[in-house]
Design a protein around this ligand. Structure first.
Ligand code: GLY
Length: 349
C-alpha cells in the first residue's frame, strides 16, 4: 500500500492500493454523520455495485446510479442528487462518496461542494484517468449546453482511495484514455517515463503521476497560474472532444492534443526532435490515432469559444523540453497557423 498527502487549502491523504480492505480505516472515520450517499454510474454499479457496502454497514447508505457517460454530467442529474439528499434528510455531517470515473467524480464533487454549502466528499476513482488526475486537486463541475465544465467549484475531498484492482475490468478504450493522461505527465516531468506504461498501470506509476499533480496543485490550487500546466494537450483536446460530440473519450482527445502540442513546441521553442519522435513512437505503440479528422479552421473556431481564452490570445501550454512546460500566451492567429502547419504535415488533422 502506498500513500501521499496533498496539502492544499485542506490536507488529505490519497491511499493507493490493490484492494478495498483499508477503505474502512482510511475513509470511514471522515464520515461523521449516519447518512452516506454513494454516487456511481451504471457501468460501475453493474460490476461493483455492492463493493463498498460491507465497509458502510453501520451507515444509512443511499445509492444513486447515473447512466455512464459524459452526457450525465448535467444540471438535471446534479439537482436529482441534491433533491435526493434533501428528501432523505441529509445534513451537514453527512457524506458523499464519488464511486466512479471522471464524470461521477465531477458531478458528485459539485453536489458535495454545494449541498448545505459543503458536505464531506470521499473519492473512490475507478478509471485510470480519474485515479491519476480528476479525483485529486478539487476540481468539480457539470457541463452546460454551451460547453464542458462551465459550472463548477474547487472543493477538496477529505480522502481519496485508489484501488488498482478496478483497472482489471476497464475496457481497452478506457485504458487507452488513462494512458493518454499518463503520457501528459511523462512530458510534464522526467520522473514519469512513457516506457513505464509497458509494465501496466501499477501503484508506483499512479503515485508518480499524482506527485507531479500534487506539487502543482499545492502551489496553485485555484489555477491562477502554474496549475494551467496540467492542461498540456487540452486546448486542442477539449476542442476535439466537442467536435466529436463527446463520442471520443477525453483521454483519446488529449493524446491528439499532446501530439499537436509537441509539434507546436518544436516550432515555438525548438523542442528537440528526439522528444517529438519519441512522442510519435509512443503514441503509435499505444495504438492511438493522432489524426483529428477536422480542419485547422474548425478546431480554431472552437478554441475561440473556450474558457481558457483571454481576449485575442489563448493560454497554450508548450514544452521547452521534457519537464519544462511553459504557459504561452499566443494569438489566435498564431495558433491557427500552427494548426494549419500541422494539418499540412499530417495531411490528416
Ligand atoms: N485536470 C487538470 C487539473 O486538475 O487542473
Amino acid at each position: 500500500m502506498l500513500s501521499l498527502t496533498v496539502n492544499a487549502s485542506s490536507k488529505y491523504d490519497i491511499t493507493v492500493t490493490d484492494t478495498l480492505i483499508a477503505f474502512r480505516e482510511k475513509c470511514v472515520p471522515y464520515m461523521r454523520g449516519r447518512n452516506v450517499a454513494v454516487v456511481t454510474d451504471s457501468n460501475v454499479n453493474a460490476l461493483y455495485g455492492d463493493a463498498l457496502s460491507e465497509y458502510l454497514s453501520d451507515k444509512n447508505v443511499l445509492k444513486m446510479v447515473i447512466p455512464a457517460g459524459e452526457d450525465s454530467k448535467n444540471g438535471e442529474n446534479y439537482f436529482k442528487i441534491l433533491n435526493a439528499l434533501a428528501e432523505n434528510g441529509f445534513d451537514r455531517e453527512d457524506s458523499i462518496v464519488a464511486f466512479g470515473g471522471g464524470v461521477v467524480g465531477d458531478l458528485a464533487g459539485f453536489a458535495a461542494s454545494t449541498y448545505m454549502r459543503g458536505v464531506t466528499l470521499i473519492a473512490v476513482p475507478t478509471t485510470i484517468l480519474s485515479m491519476v488526475d480528476s479525483s485529486v486537486g478539487g476540481k468539480t463541475a457539470i457541463d452546460l449546453p454551451a460547453g464542458k465544465n462551465l459550472c463548477g467549484t474547487f472543493y477538496q475531498p477529505k480522502a481519496v482511495y485508489i484501488n488498482t484492482a478496478f483497472i482489471d475490468t476497464l475496457p481497452r478504450r478506457e485504458f487507452m484514455c488513462g494512458a493518454g493522461e499518463i503520457l501528459k505527465y511523462a512530458l510534464l516531468s522526467d520522473t514519469v517515463k512513457a516506457e513505464d506504461l509497458k509494465a501496466g498501470v501499477n501503484e508506483k506509476l499512479i503515485v508518480k503521476c499524482l506527485e507531479i499533480k500534487r506539487d502543482i496543485v499545492e502551489k496553485d490550487e485555484k489555477e491562477r497560474g502554474e496549475r494551467a500546466l496540467l492542461n498540456l494537450g487540452h486546448t486542442v483536446g477539449h476542442a476535439l472532444e466537442k467536435l466529436y460530440g463527446y463520442k471520443v473519450s477525453h483521454g483519446e482527445c488529449v493524446v491528439k492534443g499532446l501530439a499537436f502540442s509537441v509539434f507546436a513546441s518544436e516550432k515555438l521553442y525548438g523542442l528537440d526532435k528526439k522528444t517529438v519522435s519519441d512522442m510519435e513512437r509512443t503514441v503509435n505503440l499505444l495504438g492511438h490515432d493522432v489524426s483529428a479528422g477536422f480542419s485547422a479552421e474548425e478546431i480554431a473556431k472552437l478554441i475561440v469559444s473556450d474558457k481558457k481564452r483571454y481576449g485575442e490570445n489563448v493560454n497554450f501550454i508548450a514544452l521547452k523540453g521534457v519537464g519544462e512546460p511553459r504557459v504561452e500566451k499566443i494569438s489566435l492567429s498564431a495558433l491557427y497557423e500552427l494548426l494549419d502547419d500541422y494539418e499540412r504535415k499530417n495531411n490528416t488533422l
